[in-house]
Design a protein around this ligand. Sequence first.
Ligand SMILES: *[C@@H]1O[C@H](CO)[C@@H](O)[C@H](O)[C@H]1NC(C)=O
Ligand SMILES: *[C@@H]1O[C@H](CO)[C@@H](O)[C@H](O)[C@H]1NC(C)=O
Ligand SMILES: *[C@@H]1O[C@H](CO)[C@@H](O)[C@H](O)[C@H]1NC(C)=O
Ligand SMILES: *[C@@H]1O[C@H](CO)[C@@H](O)[C@H](O)[C@H]1NC(C)=O
Ligand SMILES: *[C@@H]1O[C@H](CO)[C@@H](O)[C@H](O)[C@H]1NC(C)=O
Length: 415
Amino acid sequence: MGTSRMFRIFVVLGSAFMILLIIIYWDDVGAAHLYLHTPVSPGPKVPHPPPQPRPHTTRTPSFLSDIDAFVNQFLEPGTGEPTDTVPVDSSNQSEKSEERYVPRREWKIHLTPVAAELRERQEKRRRLLQEVCANDSVSFPGKNRSFDDIPNKELDHLIVDDRHGIIYCYVPKVACSNWKRIMIVLSESLQQDGAPQRDPLAIPRDLVHNSSMHFTFNKFWKRYGKFAKHLMKVKLKKYTKFLFVRDPFVRLISAYRNKFEMRNEDFYRRFAQVMLRRYANQPTPPASVDEAFALGARPSFSHFTQYLLDPQTEKDMPFNEHWRQVYRLCHPCQIQYDFVGHLETAEEDAEHLLRLLRVDNVVEFPTSQRNLTASSWETDWFGPVPVEARRQLYKLYEPDFRLFGYDRPESILNE
Ligand SMILES: *[C@@H]1O[C@H](CO)[C@@H](O)[C@H](O)[C@H]1NC(C)=O
Ligand SMILES: *[C@@H]1O[C@H](CO)[C@@H](O)[C@H](O)[C@H]1NC(C)=O
Ligand SMILES: *[C@@H]1O[C@H](CO)[C@@H](O)[C@H](O)[C@H]1NC(C)=O
Ligand SMILES: *[C@@H]1O[C@H](CO)[C@@H](O)[C@H](O)[C@H]1NC(C)=O
Ligand SMILES: *[C@@H]1O[C@H](CO)[C@@H](O)[C@H](O)[C@H]1NC(C)=O
């Protein structure tokens, strides 16, 4: 008994040592490798020159699958569509395996299942995403690329919560502050008097949008190096992924009202001045937002649409996130979202989602006190915009309309 035990310890220690060696070795190779590759760009794949001779390449798959197994331990809570019957005794099971890190499972026991109507609604939205992604007559930039080809900086809207196995793609102007608050509460990334902050509304506004509060996919590279993409894919497979969207045109109106009808120095300098200069015949627009408001020099909604349609805009820099298309923020053809919320049905969807995530006894979705932009206003807002511009604008946002099931706004486009 004594010797066989010793032998087993040896084997374990030996394997650990080997793995350590491989990791160190991989670091060296990886670092060198970085300089050999040109950055990945979307588009046709040029066959790479044969890689540098790399001994041990045959070990790669088994090593990666080791990582998989290792990572899987942390991703236990088999998320996805939960069954209606919640296992009651699971809290006790998880206590037995207390030693390692166990993600929280703060389940609430529901006596009634989620309404069939809500489940069918999700089923329909998910199916639509798949159909539109598979439909070759709908095309938009980046649609055909693989997840691996998405540049790191385009993954900055995916917030990960490892505690509960949740990934949220935030879309600005779609209740994103409230969902970000919920992600902060769930991931316990904000401490208040030594305890995690539990009240979403108690989180100060500037912290909600401070990127240091959120662990996003684009930060994986820094933390996990060359395993980043692999780890992302594992998490995308295991975690519950959701996003919230709204009518694309109403989102534009909301962005305009929020950024240009209110005094916002930053947006005034970065965008309003450009619009005034280019489309409002003001070669020297007022220097500050206060001056501009005092003089009534504000870009109109028409100027804003001109700005969006101007080819020069995207040449200067990609669309700001407040008006960037959802398909560019969230990559719905590369990421299979489990839940697609609509702002138009926000309260029902939020309740359903929190139940699906099994966190509905930890957080509540804060109800909004602010007035939402109503879609019935669309016609009013688009009144001064020439019909031709409206049609071009529709083309620009058509993928979002199609992917998320918003009807073509006929009354605006046919006049
Ligand atoms: C867990 O189960 C054990 C028996 O297996 C029991 O003694 C203990 O009270 C249970 N704990 C909880 C929290 O239910
Ligand atoms: C694909 O999209 C076109 C319109 O762009 C539509 O007419 C067609 O029915 C769609 N095909 C499928 C299979 O949904
Ligand atoms: C994507 O691939 C389909 C065929 O597989 C092709 O018809 C379409 O033009 C491609 N779209 C883009 C944007 O490259
Ligand atoms: C974000 O928070 C970090 C620390 O919590 C702070 O150092 C930084 O200044 C904040 N950034 C902004 C833009 O407020
Ligand atoms: C919201 O709209 C109502 C009328 O629809 C109005 O009376 C109220 O002042 C608005 N609130 C805000 C904060 O704009």
